[in-house]
Design a protein around this ligand. Sequence first.
Ligand code: GLN
Length: 489
Amino acid sequence: MDSKIAMDLTALTIDQIRDLLASRKATALELTEAHFARIEQKDKDVRAYLSLCSERAREQARNIDRKVAAGEPLGLLAGVPVAVKDVILARGTRATCASRILENYVAPYDATAVRRLEEAGAIILGKTNCDEFAMGSSTENSGFYPTHNPNDLTRVPGGSSGGSAAAVAANLAIVSLGSDTGGSIRQPAALCGIAGMMGTYGRVSRFGLVAFASSLDHIGPFGRSVRDVARVLQVIAGRDPKDSTSADIPVPDYVQALDAGAPGLKVGVPSEYFKGLNPETGDNIQKGIDLFGKLGCSVVPISLPHTDYAIACYYIICTAEASSNLARYDGVRYGFRSPEHDDLRDMYKKTRDRGFGPEVKRRIMLGTHVLSSGYYDAYYLKAQKVRTLITRDFLEAFDDVDVIVTPTSPLPAFKIGEKVDDPLQMYLADIYTVTASLAGIPGISVPCGRTKCEPHLPVGMQLLAKHFDEARLLQVAQAFEKAGGFEVA
Ligand code: GLN
């Protein structure tokens, strides 16, 4: 009993939770309550959550405890408290996408990723804050409130999955789900000092993920260690008949692949990814690259020549797709409807005017413009061609190297409010993450030390691999994490 009191049930790894349950040193309900107690205490400052699923979580916890008592087999994530980004549906709970237009929208079904988590025994604690419809890099575009970085509450946690990253970094969940369209898992992982991964496009079902840009959207995990990330990916990856773009390729054993180290591997460092890099971030990344040498890898310079076009290409394609995907919020089928209006057209207009925030409106207008007749060839079609060139850059590079390493973000967490009035500045901060999204290759961000100056902010290293090479990516990421002593848990 004493050891139970001394043990912090919110600072555990998935493996530790499994051992605690098996040895009956803690129950799933105790783990759940410990998290709710910490959320109650800390989340008024961090503001990672938009809503909690207390009843659902407790019911699931009791379920797990019953199974433990009966000696029944437990799932891979039994008793693991999880946070879920509010763009991912969990039946019977609100899914606002951090937008006023969906303020009262209750999900009628579970996303496949959520269903798989629960079937594996995970406990969904609640839904996390993000940029509205996942559009942004700081979580300041939330229609409700910004989330604060647990490393320094005056700073942003990154975005758009800032709530999911902050929840894990502040021990308000063991692991979490985010979505990544152009960096929204990897960048907040970097800014909060944890690991975050986007699998190959099609590796994880998007069923139940509210669409932003369908050809770029992914669901993926955050964790305080690469091992936890691997454990969650293991559960959520795989073919889903409900998402025709999910890949019918067997899911390897990611966890088993982890401990192989990285000797003899070839690591590519693209010269294009060091322009405009904050010097402190650059120092950490350089030290990180040196670590690969110590791991027995050969580090080779490579070139991804079309990198300069990636931001323009991404912001044309993602806005085009967003303008189409967001047409469904018309005040008839979903969520908010403006109460005063003259006729149907006026109702559409007022609903969308009041329901959407400024960044979402900006993207709908941009997207409508690049798709409009007369501009389509110059913008959208051109961007699709550039996307192919960017993908080819990666495929050619992977003929020669096993993984590519880059900074995740050009700068560490910035102050809340610092960039909010300058959308272009905010877009440019996505420079290192949008390329992998456009190419559809998997990427992970892992901690890579902290800046020298106060308040010693986390820096993230991005590792990229070829399509469906997640096992290799996780293996190298874990070797890097161990070599640098970067595990948080
Ligand atoms: N920051 C990028 C954007 O604003 C990426 C967002 C995302 O990955 N969802 O579009």
